[in-house]
Design a protein around this ligand. Structure first.
Ligand code: BGC
Length: 320
């Protein structure tokens, strides 16, 4: 019995290490873990009629035909991988279906520095390629995504209370205090979103959220080395505490039957505005605009970002 308990403990610790480290990185700053009650719903955006940045129409998949376990004999998903991906930018895999002499990829595991482990558990490999764990999308291949299987991202939800000039917290129509979060407008589709981004090979997710926040919401890529140093110090305080609010599949319009987005989202909260008073928001990299936005259930945001915010509002007992 004791041996079994020790084995389970070792397995749990190992999963935790893999999840936070990616495949080669060192575990970064300790983050208060929170067991999220959120489960991914039946994907909707991943079945959008026209595939993003293309004229490609997905094969229509009704709600009841999404699960692979449901028979759907007429199903003929369109095969599409964007030319930009087939040209093999650094983050893209080879087309393993046609380039038969390319070295095999290690799915459900670490492939050198590339983390191909899903936060959703073990995914199936069918006809040599990974199968989307959330079901059919109406499109096979990789679309705009570089990796077969999970494509890992990380999202920082940076929040503060909405206050008037005298520092008094403002309430929403439901009588609860209003939270604000840093939101960026994406350059690719002009939608407002959390300033997240892709985890680089070998990078730890806690480093990704910090880097992406700097690049997209503070324009750190354009800063001088001295300015960057100062910024790093200021961010240390904010990013030293964080709460994981979600880890798993994202209902992203770029998802396909064989490639999909997953993320780890963290909430970094500035309770008394002591940290953000000093920092000036400035859009950069993939973001065209940045602003403090009031959290509310009526926002129309990219992918399933609204679900992460709902969790944050609940945790802080904020207006929604
Ligand atoms: C975005 C993340 C998002 C992920 C999944 C990435 O491109 O930068 O914010 O969570 O895609 O939609």
């Amino acid at each position: 019995m004791l041996r079994l308990a020790i084995l389970v403990l070792v397995l749990l610790i190992w999963e935790d290490i893999l999840g936070n480290r990616g495949c080669m990185g060192n575990k970064a700053t300790a983050v208060a873990r929170f067991s999220p009650g959120m489960k991914p719903k039946c994907h909707v955006k991943a079945r959008c009629e026209i595939y993003p940045r293309s004229q490609i129409k997905r094969f229509p998949v009704p709600d009841d035909k999404v699960p692979w376990t449901t028979n759907f004999s007429e199903y003929k998903p369109v095969d599409y991988t964007a030319d930009s991906i087939l040209k093999r930018p650094v983050y893209a895999d080879p087309d393993i279906r046609t380039e038969k002499d390319s070295p095999p990829l290690t799915f459900n595991g670490c492939d050198g520095k590339i983390n191909r482990v899903s936060h959703m558990g073990k995914y199936e490999i069918v006809d040599g390629v990974p199968r989307n764990p959330q079901g059919r999308t109406g499109l096979k291949g990789r679309g705009q995504l570089g990796r077969w299987g999970p494509n890992h991202a990380a999202d920082p939800v940076v929040t503060r209370w909405k206050m008037d000039e005298s520092g008094k917290t403002l309430n929403g129509s439901d009588g609860r205090p209003v939270l604000q979060f840093v939101s960026v407008q994406r350059r690719d589709n002009h939608q407002w979103a959390i300033p997240g981004g892709m985890v680089d090979a070998g990078e730890v997710v806690t480093a990704t959220v910090r880097r992406e926040f700097g690049e997209e919401a503070l324009n750190s890529m354009e800063m001088s080395p001295e300015e960057k140093k100062r910024l790093e110090k200021e961010l240390d305080q904010l990013f030293s505490t964080g709460r994981e609010i979600y880890r798993g599949y994202v209902d992203d319009p770029r998802n396909t039957d064989n490639a999909w987005m997953e993320t780890v989202a963290f909430n970094f909260h500035d309770e008394d505005n002591s940290c953000f008073g000093k920092i000036k928001l400035c859009a950069g990299d993939d973001a065209m605009n940045v602003q403090w936005m009031d959290l509310s259930g009526s926002l129309d945001l990219y992918a399933s970002h609204i679900d992460f915010l709902a969790e944050v509002a609940k945790n802080h007992n904020a207006s929604w």
